[in-house]
Design a protein around this ligand. Structure first.
Ligand code: ADP
Ligand code: MG
Length: 192
């Protein structure tokens, strides 16, 4: 995918929950490590599903990570010689992540950002749409609809999972959860 003219680039992996975004991020991290690249993996502190200090997929894949509470902390973790920075659950970092990711790519680093492109009520979920706009590569993944098995570009929060309103942090934290809280849904089944 590299055009050979420069090393810095931004790669986005986006989609709903259960689409395999984390699996794809982990795959790219493993490939970079096999190639001897210096890699930094970043997770957000709000994602406590698998405990801090690792990035984990729904299928049980996991890799060690640094955990930060804001996008501004990311550049401080990128030591000289780092060639790939992988950031999972990008939606938790908010709009500040765009300038941070672009800044790292401008420094010659491959930045792989994985995150939710939609909220559980089916709206675009920043900063993924903005990151997609400025990336060299966008991989848009779908999950499997929990109702009919078709491609699912959405996910829904199940009715007995509790209220999700409140302040901004509460709203973001409401996007932390697994199969007991959320289901992947296709276009036809996202609201019923
Ligand atoms: P994401 O990071 O996009 O939420 P993960 O990489 O953590 O996704 O997990 C993807 C894995 O989730 C799949 O390989 C599969 O094992 C599992 N999975 C569970 N439910 C679904 C579903 N409805 N559609 C697709 N994969 C699912
Ligand atoms: Mg994930």
């Amino acid at each position: 995918m590299d055009d050979g003219l420069g090393t810095g680039r931004l790669e986005v992996v986006a989609g709903p929950m259960f689409a395999g975004k984390t699996e794809e991020l982990v795959r790219r991290v493993h490939r970079a490590r096999y190639a001897g690249r210096g890699v930094v993996v970043i997770a957000h502190a709000v994602d406590t599903r698998s405990g801090t200090g690792r990035v984990a997929s729904h299928s049980g894949l996991e890799i060690a990570s640094s955990t930060v509470a804001s996008a501004a902390e990311i550049p401080g973790l990128v030591e000289p010689g780092t060639q790939l920075v992988a950031i999972d659950e990008a939606q938790f970092f908010g709009p500040d992540l765009v300038d941070v990711a672009v800044g790292l790519a401008d420094r010659g680093i491959v930045v792989v950002v994985a995150g939710l492109s939609v909220t559980f009520d089916g709206r675009p979920f920043e900063p993924l749409p903005a990151l997609m706009a400025v990336a060299e590569s966008v991989t848009k993944l779908t999950a499997v609809c929990a109702v009919c098995g078709r491609d699912a570009a959405y996910h829904v929060r199940l009715p007995d999972a509790g209220a999700a309103d409140g302040d901004a942090l509460t709203a973001v934290a409401a996007h932390v959860g697994g199969m007991e809280t959320y289901q992947a849904r296709c276009r036809d089944h996202r609201s019923r």
